[in-house]
Design a protein around this ligand. Structure first.
Ligand code: T3D
Length: 275
């Protein structure tokens, strides 16, 4: 099968609810329903699937950046698609999770390149958990995080019940899920829910700096780092040591390892190509 490479023609795809752009080796996926704080619709999920397919099949993409248009990151499921008419059976939410949210979160987790979530504003419900599914989460100081689910009689989904106890601990995860309080970006950073929050004025520049750094980094090693760290959350030490040996064997065969060592010995910055 031919693997598509980045060409100018591929750089922009016409979507209605998201923007998708590839510049250099950074793919940017912007949720784009600003009037509704970028809430997910079935149509947006279909477009996200298509964009994710494109990321997976385009050679040369070394970072995926996810952000939101306007003042919000994402307000979760669009609740106008869940309005319940009297006497009608409710939507089977187990099915919508299996069809839409779960493949998205799994897809991000399994992508062998870094996923950066740049949280520009409020991230609520599944939008919050999409944000937290990034490998590195950077938030603007004015952004906030909210497990909004219990306010409408639901429990967290889109990976929230998995990630929260692991990042903020069970006590905070439980209270956040039950009380659905808004957590400021500063608090999220202090609790270890996200990597960093930065002043709004510096946010765009910091996001670019982070993506540029990752795009010029050892992509293969980043993929292995993802695999190892996420696997560690379910592994014992002995299993993890074996996994490290297996993955480091792969890293040791990479061009970037060769370049990294050569550059060190030649006392110059390494020029990683991602292979
Ligand atoms: O259903 C399934 O498939 C299962 C999966 C479920 C996953 C979920 O995400 S469930 C949780 C759904 N999300 C929420 O419950 C959050 C609802 N939104 C809010 O609580 C608030 O909007 C925010 C706290 C996020 C932000 O508040 P604020 O005051 O900054 O903005 P706002 O005025 O409430 O919202 C601005 C507009 O966006 C407004 O539209 P309008 O009136 O100007 O035309 C508002 O209705 C709309 N909006 C915000 N969130 C949603 C939404 N519209 C539809 N669905 C939303 N989730």
């Amino acid at each position: 099968m031919r693997v598509p490479t980045i060409t100018p023609k591929d750089k922009r795809m016409p979507f209605e609810t998201i923007l998708f752009d590839i510049t250099g080796s950074v793919a940017t996926l912007t949720l784009n329903r600003p009037d509704k704080l970028n809430a997910f619709t079935a149509g947006m999920h279909a477009e996200l699937r298509e964009a994710m397919d494109r990321v997976r099949s385009t050679q040369g993409i070394r970072v995926l950046l996810i952000t939101g248009a306007g003042r919000g990151f994402c307000a979760g499921q669009d609740l106008s698609e869940r309005a319940m008419a009297q006497g009608r059976a409710p939507v089977d939410l187990g099915s919508t999770l299996e069809a839409n949210y779960n493949p998205l979160i799994r897809g991000l987790r399994e992508l062998p390149i870094p996923v950066v979530c740049a949280v520009n504003g409020v991230a609520a419900g599944a939008g919050c958990n999409l944000a937290l599914a990034g490998d590195i989460v950077l938030a603007a100081r004015s952004a906030s995080f909210m497990q909004a689910f219990s306010r409408i009689g639901l429990m967290p989904d889109a990976g929230g019940t998995w990630i929260l106890p692991r990042t903020v601990g069970l006590a905070r995860a439980m209270a956040l899920a039950m009380l659905a309080d808004k957590v400021s970006a500063e608090q999220a950073e202090a609790w270890g829910m996200i990597w960093r929050c930065v002043d709004d004025a510096q946010f765009a520049a910091e996001v670019k700096r982070l993506c540029d750094t990752l795009a010029a980094g050892p992509t293969k090693a980043y993929g292995l780092i993802k695999q190892a760290l996420y696997a560690s959350l379910g592994n014992g030490l002995s299993e993890q040591l074996s996994l490290e040996a297996r993955l480091q064997r792969e890293a040791g065969k990479s061009r970037d390892f060769q370049e990294g060592v050569t550059a060190f010995l030649e006392k110059r910055p390494a020029k990683f190509t991602g292979g």
